[in-house]
Design a protein around this ligand. Structure first.
Ligand SMILES: [Zn+2]
Length: 417
């Protein structure tokens, strides 16, 4: 079972789809303390949170949103009238936290965990081809203190739960902390393939230890909370883990744990993008996992695309799948995520080749609706509106609830409406 990686990838690619929709007020501003602001974007079922520290020294940002929201973020930052940010701190490497770095150019000093540079050029991220200005200038693996605008800002690396490269950013005078994705806005957290659900309680306990009791907690997504919310959250993590551990030891499978509603007391943490059932699956997978997970074949696929083009890359994927089935993890996520990123970077014809191959190789996959939707977008970019309509209709036939496809189909059929 590989649900956690699957969920992480779909969340990542869904981000791009949702933010493509028109927004009334793209960046909401809220004052958290003197000189300290929350800048959040609404992504449908969740928000993504940036903090800005603004004063005579200039602007310091914690996280920079997805690249599709970068222009909105810059507009909001420009309104402070303090020029280009001096510092950007990235709480971890995921696209909706680093995507706006590059819009501010080379001037800001970017700070992130020491694993971030390498991670931005590996796995599926190799297809993002991030511009140089996205990459950190300073990295840390332990802690770092900055003095800026009269604030003492402490950075602590707390990696290994949601992903393997998180840092938390504590404004010690204002008593405000950005807790990365450690609490996911006090909803059940999500776990990247390089994260570990069993390390969540340990990382959250370390944060509780580091922070004062009157701290205000901002996380990568969703609501603000308090230190006591963090303690309750920690209790949720330890207690739900223990219940699933005992149930598995008694021989129950995930479906039984879900149908018996064994985690029902924590239902209030469901929402955002991790349901109670998904949290149960994360826990069961983490408790049953033996050894590291296999990687997907993104890197050889990318290298083949760069040197020989999309058709040769897809051929390589087919031959790896056929001749080396144990070397990589093979499912519909590899070609879909690669195709999505090629589409995002304007390589529409290559995206079509990757996505068509995905439909041929994995016609029955759960996320085939999304591959069809991506094909609709690629064909539209290529000026092939009729084909785009066909793929969009197929996406909706497979998943009638998929709002992004409903909106896009309307746009295709009535341009300008
Ligand atoms: Zn993340």
């Amino acid at each position: 079972m590989r649900i956690s990686i699957r969920t992480a990838i779909v969340v990542a690619i869904t981000l791009t789809a949702v933010v493509a929709m028109a927004q009334e007020e793209p960046v909401k501003l809220r004052e958290l303390a003197d000189h300290l602001y929350l800048l959040s974007t609404d992504q449908g079922s969740y928000t993504t949170n940036t903090i800005a520290l603004v004063g005579d020294d200039g602007v310091l940002l914690v996280d920079t949103q997805a690249s599709s929201d970068a222009a909105y973020l810059k507009e909001a930052v420009d309104k402070f009238e303090k020029g280009t940010p001096k510092y950007i701190i990235n709480t971890h490497r995921h696209v909706e936290h680093i995507g706006g770095n590059a819009i501010f150019g080379d001037e800001p000093i970017v700070i992130a965990h020491e694993l971030v540079p390498k991670k931005l050029k590996s796995g599926s991220y190799i297809f993002n081809e991030f511009p140089e200005a996205t990459f950190p200038d300073i990295t840390l693996s332990d802690s770092l203190t900055l003095y800026f605008n009269g604030e003492r800002i402490e950075l602590h690396a707390l990696p290994g739960s949601h992903d393997d490269n998180e840092i938390i950013v504590h404004f010690t005078n204002a008593k405000v902390v950005h807790l990365s994705s450690l609490v996911n806005g006090f909803n059940f957290p999500s776990i990247d393939s390089h994260g570990d659900v069993l390390k969540f309680a340990e990382c959250v306990a370390a944060a509780i230890e580091l922070l004062p009791e009157d701290v205000m907690i901002v996380s990568g997504h969703n609501d603000i909370g308090t230190w006591s919310d963090l303690r309750t959250y920690h209790a949720m993590l330890t207690e739900t883990t223990e219940i699933v551990r005992v149930a598995l030891a008694e021989g129950k499978d995930v479906e039984t744990i879900q149908s018996e509603n064994l985690l029902g007391d924590w239902e209030r943490y469901a929402g955002s993008y991790v349901s109670l059932d998904a949290w149960t699956e994360y826990l069961a997978e983490g408790l049953q996992r033996s050894g590291p997970l296999k990687e997907r074949a993104f890197v050889p696929l990318y290298k083949a695309w760069k040197s020989e083009g999309a058709t040769a890359a897809v051929e390589l994927y087919r031959s790896l799948k056929r001749d080396h089935p144990d070397e990589y993890l093979f499912d519909d996520a590899t070609l879909q995520a690669s195709g999505s990123k090629l589409l995002g970077n304007g390589h529409y014809q290559a995206a079509v080749v990757f996505l068509e191959a995905n439909l041929q190789l994995y016609p029955e996959a759960d996320y085939t609706f999304y591959t069809n939707y991506l094909l609709a977008r690629a064909h539209n970019e290529l000026g092939e509106r009729e084909l785009a309509i066909q793929y969009c209709e197929k996406a909706l036939e497979l998943n009638p609830e998929f709002a992004a496809a409903t909106n896009f189909l309307q746009e295709l059929k009535c341009p300008g409406s």
